[in-house]
Design a protein around this ligand. Structure first.
Ligand SMILES: Cc1cc2nc3c(=O)[nH]c(=O)nc-3n(C[C@H](O)[C@H](O)[C@H](O)COP(=O)(O)OP(=O)(O)OC[C@H]3O[C@@H](n4cnc5c(N)ncnc54)[C@H](O)[C@@H]3O)c2cc1C
Length: 494
């Protein structure tokens, strides 16, 4: 969000989005946002030093940039995706609608005029809002595109961050590949808003290693599903993305789709949704290690059910088959046929889709090679009871109160805590406030307030010196006349 204050233009006839944008400008004006800049620009040699670089311009990166602007800090966002194609919504996601209820405020950062609802009603009216069930996936992306435009965040697209190196002098070097070649930025703080797979990539089961790559895809791959027309397709998994992949394959004319589901039954209850109360949002970070682990492990092992609509989108096809209690035992190729062995028998497919989620895996993220070996992770901090083993939690980073990475061995990577983890793997440390729609604004506010506090403490002597030389008078000295001295007798009595 630009740090300049944008006074609303007086245009009473404005309607739709134009009127909403006026309302937003007025709300910000009334709230005194953004506040006046308070961080002195700095340089290193001849190079300017950016206050904050955010890697990732999805909803988390956008919310973080707005949160920072609201505390007077400018951020630059770098995203490898082309403009308007950040995140999964218009690229690899295949659901018809979001799972989230339409009323969630997402990245609105406390501004009613920045909500999806305001954006939707401004264009389509309240009757359409009442009639809307869930938010169509691509419409959510359209909203985020508008959000980016009206908040004026500085996003630099087609910029892939290739290395992040904290330096002993307290700055962080950010190397990137841009459309015009390599570039190097220096920043005081770096925020990783790199998404659901932000510290790794898709989880690929070991049994897939032998299968030639042209015979399978992960559900998060940008795969052309039109090529599945007429094919026998297998889908491993039964989460949301498995349903979305299966449904898309069926709609594209797959001859058959078989879902191979390890569990004997599909989970029915969304424990993650059930956990979502304001107390958890604000209290998770202060829970004991054991309580944090217990809660996240319970939610992980209950598994989130696929949405009802997504499941019906599959089951309405007669050529869709749900095989429950059907774990994969072995996979191999015979020519161009994928053979999958399970306790329920042998399956033959022309193409296999694995929908097995995401893992934290630093080896998939060369851009973090300089910091990865030094990051303190939960397996080094906490040993859970034997029945609560959870690899995702064990691999999660231990984070400070403003999502800062911590050194596994103090002194081995000075400056590591200048890098903040504002993506899904922050969940064990901070709760679900660093990616998903429901609480992304809460997380962004915590991040921004924490960074503001760091900057103020780091620059305290500068701020104190500025205070000492601050000379804006509020009284001119002409507002009063000193009373004449009292007569001597009265002075003696008092
Ligand atoms: C298919 C799918 C459906 C989902 N549906 C819902 C839902 O209904 N409700 C809900 O609450 N949550 C949902 N989620 C979870 C979550 O809301 C999304 O993952 C969301 O995109 C998270 O936003 P983000 O900003 O953290 O990450 P993203 O939107 O993924 O943005 C991360 C950005 O980082 C960029 N990036 C990564 N690495 C680099 C690099 N090295 N250099 C430059 N740029 C980089 C990427 O290009 C990307 O644009 C869904 C997730 C998926 C995958």
């Amino acid at each position: 969000m630009s740090t300049a204050t944008h006074a609303p233009h007086s245009c009473p006839s404005a309607t739709g989005l134009a009127a909403l944008e006026q309302r937003l400008a007025q709300d910000l004006l009334y709230l005194g946002l953004p506040p006046r800049p308070w961080i002195a620009p700095s340089t290193c040699g001849n190079q300017p030093v950016l206050d904050v670089v955010i890697v990732g311009g999805g909803q988390a990166g956008l919310a973080a940039a707005v949160g920072l602007a609201h505390v007077g800090i400018q951020a630059v966002i770098l995203d490898r995706a082309p403009t308007d194609f950040e995140g999964p919504w218009a690229t690899t996601a295949r659901m018809e609608t979001l799972r989230s209820p339409k009323e969630l405020v997402g990245p609105a950062m406390g501004q009613p005029a920045l909500t999806f609802r305001a954006w939707f009603v401004a264009q389509f009216g309240t009757a359409a809002w009442d009639a809307l069930d869930k938010i169509p996936r691509v419409q959510w992306m359209d909203y985020l595109r508008w959000f980016r435009r009206v908040t004026r965040v500085d996003v630099r697209n087609t910029t892939t961050v290739t290395q992040i190196v904290p330096r002993p002098d307290g700055l962080v070097r950010v190397e990137a590949e841009t459309a015009t070649g390599p570039s190097v930025l220096l920043a005081r703080r770096v925020v990783l808003a790199t998404g659901r797979d932000g510290l790794g990539g898709p989880a690929i089961p070991g049994f897939m290693q032998a299968l030639p790559r042209h015979l399978w895809a992960h559900s998060s791959d940008p795969n052309d599903y039109a090529l599945l027309k007429g094919l026998r397709v297998g889908v491993i998994g039964a989460g949301s993305s498995a349903m979305d992949s299966a449904a898309t394959a069926l709609e594209m004319g797959a001859r058959s789709v078989d879902l191979l589901i390890r569990r004997k039954d599909l989970p029915r209850i969304n424990k993650s949704k059930g956990s979502g109360v304001a107390g958890l949002t604000h209290g998770h970070h202060d829970l004991s290690d054991a309580d944090k682990w217990q809660l996240r492990h319970y939610i992980n092992s209950a598994q989130v059910p696929p949405p009802r609509g997504s499941t019906l989108r599959v089951s309405r096809h007669a050529n869709a088959h749900f095989h429950l209690g059907c774990p994969v035992q072995e996979v191999h190729a015979e020519g161009n046929t994928v053979v999958v062995r399970t306790p329920k028998g042998k399956f033959e497919f022309d193409f296999l889709i694995v929908s097995t989620g995401f893992v934290i895996d630093w080896s998939r993220r060369p851009e973090f090679a300089a910091i990865a070996p030094h990051i303190h992770v939960w397996s080094q901090r906490y040993q859970p009871p034997a029945d609560q083993h959870d690899q995702e939690l064990a691999d999660s980073p231990v984070l400070g109160p403003a999502f800062e990475f911590q050194e596994a061995s103090p002194g081995t990577c000075p400056g590591l805590s200048k890098v903040h983890c504002f993506c899904y793997p922050a969940t064990l440390s901070h709760g679900a406030v660093a990616g998903d729609i429901p609480n992304i604004s809460d997380g962004a506010r915590r991040l921004a307030a924490g960074i503001a506090s760091h900057f103020y403490r780091e620059d305290f002597s500068q701020h104190f010196a500025a205070l000492q030389s601050y000379e804006e008078p509020e009284l001119m000295g002409d507002e009063w006349v000193p009373a004449p001295a009292l007569p001597a007798a009265e002075t003696a009595m008092s």
